[in-house]
Design a binder for this molecule. Sequence first.
Ligand code: PLP
Length: 361
Amino acid sequence: MTERIFNFSAGPAVLPVPVLEEAQRDLLSLPGVGMSVMEISHRSKTFDEIIGRAESGLRELLSIPDNYRILFLQGGASLQFSMIPINFLPKDGSADYVLTGSWGKKALKEAKKAGNVNIAATMADGGFTRVPGNDEISLNPGAAYVHITTNETIEGVQWKHEPDTGSVPLIADASSDILSHAIPVDKYALIYAGAQKNMGPSGVTLVIIRDDLLPRIPDGLHTMLDYRTHVENNSLYNTPNTWGIYIISLVTKWIKDKGGIAGMGRENDEKAQLIYDAIDATDFYRGHADADCRSTMNVTFRLPSEELEKKFTSEATAQGLDGLKGHRSVGGIRASIYNAFPRAGVEALVSFMKEFERKNG
Ligand SMILES: *Cc1c(COP(=O)(O)O)cnc(C)c1O
């Protein structure tokens, strides 16, 4: 077998080896079917069972209540930036956006094209190092919805509790921390996530939407942009990403086998803590996010100079620690350690950090 390296990429990201192995084993012919999952009709009984397993797997792992629909769409989380305001921001209304990083800014940009938006809070001034406290968010009680990004993938800033939005529907982009820890789904009206960080391959986007939102959608929207189309057709109005949905079904089974979301959350906390401890142990490394908002999925930090950061990533790559370069917009180092990222890789990074400091500090 070809050796696998430690893949710290922010996305598309590492997938569980048992999932890749099962997909490989059944690639040419699904057991009892005689065809590849990529060759079967999305309207076949076999695919019906696959999408059913993906849905029930997610429902069970996240304890998604019955009054929420689960959709598998295309266009990435980026299309959700537009679909949400197109469906839920009325012409005479306004929506609240809370900005804790780069992805929230992109969501805001699209909402502005659809209607009135209010920036309820922005952490841009501090360089997006934390989430706001409830007293720092100026919510409009008449807002159509409040939008947050549960984990800002680029800055490594994560909400640890939902903001209190009263009766205003809370909508969240959870692309980079969905399935990483337990969340109270009933506090959200809509949760969306591109699959390629923590759930599967790119090209499929999960949307979890509460029933009572659907009557708010105006008539006359383009069919594909109207959430009701996808609810009414069980995500099969057009041909979905059948391969992506299949992989999601395997990933949910893998998480269940590992002890569910609670077990996953514990493992993620421990993995992240190992790196944050290494950062805090010295002045050589400086964490980007404030301690109480640190992401368990994307660990961001700086070295004393950009020169050293370059040296760090290139020497790490040479040792099989790949994808550690921070996003081009913020620089520094980013270690993305999603569910499938092995603890051994985290330990390897921590030893590399200590050794690198000893030689260059
Ligand atoms: C990666 C990411 C996106 C963009 O996802 P696409 O599927 O590429 O559109 C949006 N939001 C967050 C938080 C992300 O991490």
